[in-house]
Design a protein around this ligand. Structure first.
Ligand SMILES: Nc1ncnc2c1ncn2[C@@H]1O[C@H](COP(=O)(O)OP(=O)(O)OP(=O)(O)O)[C@@H](O)[C@H]1O
Ligand SMILES: [Mg+2]
Length: 256
């Protein structure tokens, strides 16, 4: 089972929207998907209540200590993709979800304040040496220079090449995402032939390929007690971004 975590401390970046969009794109690509909600705000559960279909099953896991065991159970049950929607801000459940992830996606709007706000999440991801990528979300349709600037800023923030850490395609700001959320649908159900649906399918394909060929952040030792100290970003997580010159790229083998 692959576990994909949508995480960033910044509220409103698109974690829930992308978790839903990716979940349905993955189902349509043939996966047995479980959508996991660690955010007590309940965006995904509320979406499910409005939903006219049974799938996907939503799995609420709000306690950090339950994350590992529940993921193991899902794996045994034959789930092939678990997509985890996390809360904004800091939380032990988010930290735990990151810890047991195979890939972390960091949604961000293309503004400097949003990009800077990803730094804290990135430190946690790096502390657990997890593969990650940014998803530029809610991008304007036409603003090539602005988007190139945002990608450069992300690349600098992570001290890695854009191609390695900015997911494709960028997800444009469109009403379909908001209409789908309020109808209990995903964009690929609301308007299957639309641009938003096409982008989400593309993002799933990018994500899936990255799962088999991921860039890990560092090779420092994992600090085991992190999850035991909820909601506190420890001192070692506040280290400055590592130097690109000393970055080591780990290619993880494709898994079934
Ligand atoms: N690409 C997009 N185009 C248009 N609207 C979008 C897009 N992505 C997200 N939104 C809208 O932006 C708002 C915030 O998105 P969402 O709830 O997914 O963010 P979040 O990161 O999960 O927020 P929180 O931190 O509060 O959980 C929602 O109203 C959603 O419909
Ligand atoms: Mg949310």
């Amino acid at each position: 089972m692959h576990t994909i975590v949508l995480a960033t401390q910044k509220g409103g970046s698109g974690k829930s929207t992308l978790a839903i969009g990716l979940a349905l794109a993955a189902i349509r690509a043939g996966h047995n998907v479980r959508l996991i909600e660690t955010d007590p705000q309940g965006t995904v559960s509320n979406w499910k209540r409005r939903r006219p279909y049974a799938a996907p099953i939503i799995e609420p896991i709000y306690a950090a200590r339950e994350v590992e065991q529940r993921l193991q159970s899902l794996d045994r049950e034959g789930v092939t993709v678990a997509i985890v929607d996390t809360a904004g801000g800091e939380s032990a459940a988010t930290n735990s979800a990151i810890r047991y992830s195979d890939l972390c996606l960091i949604p961000t709007r293309p503004s400097i304040a949003d990009i800077e706000a990803t730094a804290a999440t990135l430190r946690v991801i790096r502390a657990w040496h997890k593969p990650f990528a940014y998803v530029l979300n809610q991008t304007p349709i036409r603003a090539a220079a602005r988007l190139a600037g945002a990608e450069n800023a992300l690349s600098n923030e992570a001290a890695l090449d854009i191609a390695d850490i900015v997911a494709r395609p960028l997800i444009v700001m469109r009403n379909d995402h908001q209409d789908a959320l309020s109808a209990g649908l995903a964009v690929c159900e609301l308007a299957p032939g639309g641009k938003s649906a096409e982008e989400m399918r593309g993002l799933w394909q990018w994500t899936e390929s990255r799962l088999g060929n991921a860039v890990a952040a560092t090779d420092e030792p994992i600090i085991e007690e992190f999850v035991e100290i909820p909601a506190i970003i420890p001192k070692w997580a506040a280290l400055p971004s590592f130097d690109a010159g000393s970055a080591r790229f780990l290619r993880t083998p494709a898994r079934v």
